[in-house]
Design a protein around this ligand. Structure first.
Ligand SMILES: *[C@@H]1O[C@H](CO)[C@@H](O)[C@H](O)[C@H]1NC(C)=O
Ligand SMILES: *[C@@H]1O[C@H](CO)[C@@H](O)[C@H](O)[C@H]1NC(C)=O
Ligand SMILES: *[C@@H]1O[C@H](CO)[C@@H](O)[C@H](O)[C@H]1NC(C)=O
Ligand SMILES: *[C@@H]1O[C@H](CO)[C@@H](O)[C@H](O)[C@H]1NC(C)=O
Ligand SMILES: *[C@@H]1O[C@H](CO)[C@@H](O)[C@H](O)[C@H]1NC(C)=O
Ligand SMILES: *[C@@H]1O[C@H](CO)[C@@H](O)[C@H](O)[C@H]1NC(C)=O
Length: 784
C-alpha cells in the first residue's frame, strides 16, 4: 500500500478522494498493459509503407502473432520520424527497449492544457494611421499548425482576410470531415487544414459518447481553448469584438494573414482538455508532413520532467526543428515557485505569461459614502447589503463544502482568500450557492485580476479589504448598503507588463544549461474567439453565450509568440528555428511601459530571467535583430552526446551526413555551455571558465561594427573578448569568448547579468545566468 493507515484516519474529510485513489489503485494493479511509445529516430526508410511494415515486424517479436501485434498497435509514426504506439505489458516494453535500433520506450502519459488589446500594446497596431502595417504585409505564405482542442470554424476570426491569396501550393494537409464539421463549408483560405486524433484518448477514457462529456468526433472544439489560442496566433481581423462590452475593439491574431491548420489532440473530460502523448506524436508526424511552418502547442506534462526522448513533445519538436519548423510551447502554470517550468528542451521556444496594460477597474460604494476600487467585469450595477462570510459559511471559509443553511439573497458577501485559504473560483461557486447578489473577494496586494464569473465578483486587495472588514465591525447591528458599479476598461495602465504569478519559473529541473522560459508574452485576460455554445466561465450553470472571451494562462501567451514568428518567418523564410528564437530573445525588453523594471505579479519585486527569460517579446525589433545566434546540427549533437546517447543512437536521431555525425561525436567533451544558445546559463561554476558564442550579421548593412557591454552578475567577473566584432560582406559571422571568474564564496546561489552587442542601432542582448558554487565540500559540511 502506498498510503498509511494514519493518513486514512485523520483525513476523514478526504474520504472521497481516498476511495477514488484506492479504486484507481485497484484498476492499476489488475490491468498490467499500458500504452507505450517506441521511438526509433528519423525515418531511414523513406517509404512509409516499408517503415510501417518494419514497425509491425518489430512489435511481432514480443507477441505470439503478427495479428496480435497489429491489434496492439495504436499508431505507426512514419512520415516525419519513425516510431509507434502500442499496448504493451512491462516485460514486452523492456524487451523492445533492449532491441537494437530502439532509442527509447516510455509509457505514454496524459498531458494538460496549460485579442484585441495585446497587439497594440506590443507595438503591432492595426491602426493604419500609425503606419506599421507589418501584420498586413506578411504572413500569407506561412501556415501555423495549432495543436489543441480543435476549432469553432464559424467564428469571425477564421473568415478569409480580404485579398488573401490562394492556399500555398506546397500544402499537403487536408480538412477531415466529421461531426458538425463540413470541409466544404468550414475550410477556406484561412482555415486550410483540420485533423483530429483520438485513438489514444478513446483507448484511455473510452468511446467519446461514453465519457459523459459533450464532444464532437471531428476537429470542432467543445472546450473553447483551441479556438481561443488559434485566433490569438493567426485570427483574421474581426470588428466589434468584446466580452460583455469590455475590452472592445478589433480582434486579430498576431499574424492575421497567416494560414491556420488545426490538429485536435485534446478532448473533453470534465470540461478539462486531456491529451494523450500517442495522439500528440501522431499530430507531429502528420503536421510536419503536411507542411506546417510553425507549431503552436499550449500544453505540457506536469513536473517531474522526463528525459527529453521519453516525452512525445520533445521528440516531435526535435524532428520539427530538424525540418526547419519552430515549435512554440507554453511554460506551464505552476508558478511562482522556482524550477517547475516545463517544455524546456533546447530546440523549441518556451513562453512565460505576463499582463497587458488593460485593467477593468470597478468601484464599490459603502453606505453611499465610502468608496473602494477593485477589478471586475461587472455589467450592471449591483445593490444590496454587505455581510461577512461567516454568516453564510462555517468558520468564514467561502467554500461550497462550508455552506450554512442561510440564504444570502440581497447580500454581497465579503470573502478573504486567506481564510481557508480559498481560491476565487471556489468562493464564487459558494457565494452563488448561498444565492448572494455578489462577492467581494479579497486577495494579497497586486494579485487581484478581473475574470468572467457566474455571479458579480469584484476582487480587491487586502489593504482595502481590511478597511471594509473594519467598517463592517463598526456597524454592529446593521448591514451597510453596498453598490458595485459597472466596471470600466482602461488601457495604458501601469505597471505593465507584469509577470503572472502562475507562470512557471526556471531554472529548468533537467537541463539548467539552457535558460527557460525563453521569453514572456501576454497571457492575462486575453480577448479571443470563443464557441458561442460554451459558457464564458465554462461552468454548466452559466447560461450566457459569447463569441469572444477573456482567458488567462501560458496557453494564451504561447500563441502570441507563434503569431509573431509567422511574421518573422514570412519576412525571413530562410531563418532556422534557432535563428528565429535568437531574434526573439536578443530583442526582448526588460522595462515596463513606464520605464521601470518589469515586476512580478502577486509581489512587489522586480522580475529576473527565471520569471521572464530574456524579457518581454518585442515583435518590431525581432524582425530586425542585427545579429543572430544560430544553431546547427553540430550543436544538437553535442547536446545529445552530453545527454549520454551513443554514437549509433545519435546517427539514428540526427539527419546529417554520416561523417558529420561521427566526427562531432568524437568531440563529445565539449560542454553544453558552448552550444550556441542566445542566452547564457552556467550552472555549478566552480572556477574560471570560458565559453564560446558565434553571431551572424543579418542587418541591412553588410559592413557593421559591434561593441560589447556587460552587466556582471554579483560575485562574478565577466571578460568578453574580442570586445569589438567587425562584419563585412566577406565575413558575416564572428565568434567571441566569455570568461566567467567567480570572486565570491557561494554554495549554488543564482545571479543574473547580461552581455549586449551594439552597433549603435541594434542592441543584441543575451541574459547571463550564473550559479557560483565555490564553497569547498569541507566548508559545506561545517556549515551544515
Ligand atoms: C506480456 O505479454 C506477453 C505476450 O502476450 C506474455 O507472453 C507475457 O507473459 C506477458 N507478461 C506479463 C508480465 O504479463
Ligand atoms: C526513459 O526511457 C528509458 C527506455 O527507453 C527507460 O529505461 C528510462 O527508465 C526512462 N526514464 C524515465 C525517467 O522514465
Ligand atoms: C453518439 O451517440 C449518438 C446518439 O446516440 C449517435 O448518433 C452518434 O453517432 C454517436 N457518436 C459516436 C461517435 O459514436
Ligand atoms: C434549512 O432551513 C429551512 C428554514 O429555516 C428549513 O426548513 C430546512 O429544513 C433547513 N434545511 C436543512 C437541510 O437543514
Ligand atoms: C438558493 O436558492 C435555491 C433555489 O431557490 C434554493 O433551493 C436554495 O436552498 C437556496 N440556498 C440557500 C442557501 O438558501
Ligand atoms: C557544488 O559543488 C559541490 C562540490 O563539487 C558539489 O558536490 C555540489 O553538488 C555542487 N552544487 C551544485 C548546486 O551544483
Amino acid at each position: 500500500m502506498w498510503f498509511s493507515i494514519e493518513a486514512m484516519a485523520n483525513v476523514f474529510q478526504h474520504f472521497w478522494t481516498l476511495s477514488l485513489l484506492l479504486s484507481l489503485y485497484l484498476i492499476h494493479s489488475i490491468s498490467t498493459s499500458h500504452v507505450y511509445i517506441v521511438y526509433l529516430g528519423h525515418n531511414q526508410n523513406r517509404d512509409h509503407l516499408l517503415t510501417s511494415q518494419y514497425h509491425v515486424e518489430l512489435l511481432s517479436n514480443v507477441f505470439e502473432s503478427k495479428a496480435d501485434a497489429k491489434q496492439a498497435m495504436l499508431y505507426s509514426y512514419k512520415h516525419s520520424f519513425s516510431g509507434f504506439a502500442a499496448t504493451l505489458n512491462s516485460s514486452q516494453a523492456t524487451i523492445l527497449a533492449n532491441t537494437k535500433g530502439v532509442i527509447s520506450v516510455f509509457r505514454s502519459k496524459t498531458v494538460e492544457l496549460h485579442t484585441t488589446r495585446s497587439w497594440d500594446f506590443m507595438g503591432l497596431s492595426m491602426d493604419y494611421s500609425q503606419g506599421t502595417p507589418l501584420q498586413l504585409a506578411y504572413g500569407d505564405n506561412i501556415i501555423v499548425g495549432v495543436f489543441d482542442t480543435g476549432i469553432w470554424p464559424d467564428s469571425a476570426s477564421f473568415k478569409e482576410e480580404p485579398g488573401i491569396g490562394p492556399v500555398p501550393n506546397n500544402w499537403k494537409g487536408i480538412c477531415m470531415p466529421g461531426d458538425k464539421f463540413n470541409p466544404a463549408k468550414h475550410c477556406n483560405r484561412k482555415l486550410i487544414g483540420a485533423r483530429y486524433y483520438l485513438t489514444g484518448f478513446e483507448r484511455r477514457y473510452g468511446p467519446l459518447n461514453k465519457t459523459g462529456y459533450p464532444e464532437y468526433r471531428s476537429a470542432r472544439d467543445s472546450l473553447g481553448h483551441g479556438t481561443h489560442t488559434a485566433s490569438t496566433a493567426v485570427g483574421s481581423r474581426a470588428k466589434y469584438a468584446s466580452l460583455f462590452g469590455f475590452a472592445q475593439g478589433i480582434a486579430r491574431g498576431g499574424s492575421p494573414r497567416a494560414r491556420l491548420a488545426v490538429y485536435k489532440i485534446c478532448w473533453n473530460i470534465n470540461f478539462d482538455g486531456k491529451c494523450t502523448e500517442e495522439d500528440i506524436l501522431a499530430a507531429f508526424d502528420e503536421a510536419l508532413h503536411d507542411g506546417v511552418h510553425i507549431i503552436s502547442a499550449s500544453f505540457g506534462l506536469r513536473p517531474p520532467l522526463l528525459p527529453f526522448f521519453n516525452s512525445s513533445s520533445s521528440i516531435g519538436s526535435f524532428h520539427a526543428m530538424q525540418l526547419g519548423v519552430p515549435v512554440v510551447f507554453s511554460a506551464g502554470n505552476n508558478g511562482p515557485d522556482p524550477s517547475l517550468v516545463g517544455n524546456v528542451n533546447p530546440w523549441s521556444i518556451c513562453v512565460a505569461a505576463s499582463t497587458i496594460d488593460r485593467r477593468f477597474p470597478t468601484k464599490i460604494l459603502l453606505d453611499d459614502s465610502i468608496s473602494f476600487m477593485g477589478e471586475g467585469l461587472i455589467t450592471k450595477k449591483v445593490t444590496g447589503n454587505l455581510d461577512r462570510a461567516r454568516s453564510y459559511f462555517y468558520r468564514g471559509v467561502c467554500h461550497p463544502g462550508n455552506l450554512r443553511n442561510r440564504s444570502a439573497v440581497g447580500i454581497v458577501i465579503l470573502c478573504f482568500s486567506t481564510v481557508g485559504p480559498v481560491m476565487s473560483e471556489d468562493a464564487e461557486v459558494a457565494a452563488s450557492q448561498a444565492n448572494a447578489s455578489g462577492l467581494i473577494f479579497v486577495q494579497p496586494l497586486t494579485r487581484p485580476i478581473a475574470a468572467a464569473s457566474i455571479i458579480p465578483v469584484v476582487r480587491i486587495d487586502i489593504i482595502q479589504g481590511t478597511r471594509i472588514d473594519h467598517y463592517l465591525a463598526l456597524s454592529k447591528n446593521r448591514l451597510p448598503t453596498v453598490e458595485i458599479l459597472p466596471s470600466a476598461t482602461t488601457i495604458r495602465s501601469p505597471p505593465a507588463p507584469v509577470v503572472s504569478d502562475f507562470s512557471s519559473r526556471g531554472p529548468s529541473s533537467i537541463s539548467p544549461d539552457f535558460l527557460k522560459p525563453d521569453i514572456s508574452a501576454p497571457g492575462i485576460n486575453i480577448l479571443a474567439a470563443w464557441p458561442p455554445n460554451i459558457p464564458p466561465t465554462v461552468f454548466s450553470t452559466d447560461t450566457r453565450s459569447v463569441n469572444w472571451n477573456l482567458q488567462s494562462g501560458t496557453s494564451m501567451s504561447c500563441p502570441h509568440v507563434s503569431g509573431i514568428i509567422a511574421l518573422i518567418k514570412s519576412a525571413h523564410p530562410d531563418w532556422s528555428p534557432a535563428a528565429i528564437r535568437s531574434a526573439l530573445i536578443t530583442t526582448a525588453y526588460q522595462r515596463d511601459i513606464t520605464g521601470d523594471s518589469i515586476q512580478v505579479g502577486g509581489s512587489t519585486k522586480a522580475s529576473d530571467p527565471f520569471d521572464i527569460g530574456a524579457g518581454h517579446v518585442n515583435p518590431l525589433k525581432a524582425i530586425d535583430p542585427g545579429l543572430i545566434y544560430d544553431m546547427n546540427t553540430r550543436d544538437y549533437i553535442i547536446f545529445l552526446c552530453n545527454s549520454g546517447y551513443t554514437e549509433d543512437q545519435i546517427k539514428a536521431m540526427v539527419i546529417c551526413p554520416f561523417s558529420t555525425c561521427a566526427s562531432c561525436c568524437r568531440k563529445k567533451y565539449e560542454p553544453n555551455t558552448n552550444i550556441n544558445y542566445p542566452s547564457i546559463s552556467v550552472s555549478n561554476l566552480q572556477c574560471e571558465t570560458t565559453i564560446k558564442r558565434s553571431v551572424r550579421n543579418v542587418g541591412h548593412k553588410k559592413t557593421a561594427i559591434y561593441f560589447v557591454s556587460t552587466v556582471n552578475p554579483d560575485g562574478v567577473e565577466v571578460y568578453v573578448w574580442p570586445r569589438i566584432l567587425i562584419f563585412s560582406p566577406f565575413k558575416a559571422e564572428n565568434s567571441y569568448f566569455v570568461t566567467l571568474k567567480p570572486v565570491k564564496a557561494s554554495r549554488g546561489r543564482y545571479d543574473f547579468g547580461s552581455i549586449t552587442w551594439s552597433d549603435g542601432f541594434h542592441y543584441v542582448r543575451s541574459p547571463l545566468v550564473v550559479q557560483v558554487n565555490t564553497t569547498t565540500s569541507a566548508a559545506q559540511v561545517e556549515a551544515s
